[in-house]
Ligand binder design. Structure first.
Ligand SMILES: *[C@@H]1O[C@H](CO)[C@@H](O)[C@H](O)[C@H]1NC(C)=O
Ligand SMILES: *[C@@H]1O[C@H](CO)[C@@H](O)[C@H](O)[C@H]1NC(C)=O
Ligand SMILES: *[C@@H]1O[C@H](CO)[C@@H](O)[C@H](O)[C@H]1NC(C)=O
Ligand SMILES: *[C@@H]1O[C@H](CO)[C@@H](O)[C@H](O)[C@H]1NC(C)=O
Ligand SMILES: *[C@@H]1O[C@H](CO)[C@@H](O)[C@H](O)[C@H]1NC(C)=O
Ligand SMILES: *[C@@H]1O[C@H](CO)[C@@H](O)[C@H](O)[C@H]1NC(C)=O
Length: 350
């Protein structure tokens, strides 16, 4: 077998027979044998080196991908530019495959021919692929009480394991060792950031989903406010709602708008403030704050009542600034106010 092409074809035929599990009988008194190397594991995109040993009596050798020849000695048969020769000498025959892809996975064979012996050494190349989340639920907005179902699927080799957990608010323990996360009848406390993790031996891919839970407003009980005539008074109303509430203010049944004489309404997030810059007699009364979003409304009432303070300035302003005892006590709602009133009347006796 001096003709290399002839040898290569014979090697191919021998290899096909080996693959089919048939015994291969070499011609004449030469022998053949079959070795298996350890599997080579390589990551997608990396370079793999395929190496087999030679000897000084070797006449021909070749590297095959499945049954097609990549290299016959120094001659490159493969048209794939990623395949190249690294070393061919008496000790070793090494080729490399760059930028390895999934399709390169499989059996590679080094066929070595001496005058009396044909040896094939096979090696299985395993290509690993880092996990990639291929499909993930979009950020979702639901109403409280809805059944929520999140899904996350990933590809990779080996098959990645997929899991879910809630990362914010952090105090919660809600996990799933699965592509699916089912939350029946969701409560507002379950709103937050959910994280999907896809993991295999190679790497980890992580993505997050925002879950918003809408609910109707609740308002904190209003605190009545006592203000001295001519002073600034502020009524505050706080609502918990998603989406954030819009506020409306009422005096009895009359709606109050921002910019009404001496009144300002200022909303910032969960809080609405009704400010009287200069409280007059007519401002004292019962106010209602209504918080509204698309899921409902809630309200609370706040009383603005009069407080008489015995400051030196009220005393110096003369009788006009100091109310007579009767009207002042009618306006007074608290016991501290009554004490102040008594002290005031004592002072006036001097
Ligand atoms: C090599 O990989 C093949 C295919 O994945 C597997 O069947 C075989 O058991 C592996 N051999 C070794 C030695 O790991
Ligand atoms: C090996 O053979 C497979 C199947 O024909 C092919 O898809 C792959 O590109 C080949 N790889 C190399 C490095 O030749
Ligand atoms: C949520 O799921 C439960 C049980 O599967 C079902 O009875 C209920 O009707 C569902 N609720 C909604 C709002 O779909
Ligand atoms: C508050 O209102 C009263 C009565 O209208 C007025 O006399 C007084 O000057 C006002 N005070 C301020 C600080 O605007
Ligand atoms: C204020 O008004 C609301 C509704 O109009 C009523 O329910 C509440 O009792 C009133 N509060 C006072 C102190 O009069
Ligand atoms: C305030 O809430 C009560 C029930 O909590 C409701 O009956 C009332 O109509 C509400 N008032 C306003 C002004 O929305």
């Amino acid at each position: 077998m001096k003709n290399p092409l002839c040898w290569v074809i014979l090697t191919g035929v021998a290899f096909l027979l080996i693959q089919q599990g048939l015994p291969v009988y070499s011609q004449g008194d030469s022998q053949s044998d079959n070795k298996v190397m350890d599997n080579i594991t390589v990551r997608q995109g990396e370079t793999v080196l395929l190496s087999c040993s030679q000897g000084d009596v070797v006449t021909h050798s070749a590297w095959l991908n499945r049954s097609s020849i990549m290299y016959a000695g120094e001659d490159k048969w493969s048209v794939d530019p990623r395949v190249s020769l690294v070393t061919l000498n008496q000790d070793e025959f090494t080729i490399k495959i760059e930028n390895v892809d999934m399709t390169d996975e499989g059996q590679y064979i080094c066929a070595v021919q001496t005058r009396s012996r044909a040896t094939t050494t096979s090696v299985h190349v395993i290509v690993q692929v880092p996990p990639k989340i291929t499909s993930l639920s979009k950020d979702v907005v639901v109403n409280e009480g809805s059944n929520v179902s999140l899904v996350c699927s990933a590809s990779g080799k080996p098959d990645p394991t997929v899991s879910w957990k809630i990362i914010s608010p952090a105090a919660q323990i809600l996990t799933s060792e699965d592509e699916f996360l089912e939350i029946p009848s969701i409560s507002r406390q379950r709103a937050g950031t959910y994280e999907c993790t896809a993991m295999n031996d190679v790497a980890t891919d992580v993505q997050t989903v925002e879950l918003t839970v809408n609910y109707a407003p609740t308002v904190s009980d209003g605190k009545d406010v006592g203000v001295t005539l001519g002073q600034q008074g502020v009524l505050q109303c706080e609502a918990d709602a998603v989406p954030p509430a819009d506020f409306e203010w009422y005096r009895d049944d009359r709606r109050i708008f921002n910019g009404f004489d001496g009144i300002e309404i200022e909303d910032s997030g969960a809080l609405s403030k009704l400010t009287f810059f200069n409280v007059s007699e007519g401002d004292y009364g019962n106010y209602t704050c209504v918080a509204i979003n698309k899921l409902g409304s809630a309200n609370t009432s706040i009383v603005l009542f009069e407080v008489i303070e015995p400051t030196s300035s009220t005393l110096l302003q003369g009788p006009g600034a100091v109310q007579d005892g009767n009207s002042a006590s009618r306006a007074c709602h608290t016991s501290t106010c009554l004490l102040v009133l008594l002290a005031l009347q004592l002072l006036l006796k001097f």
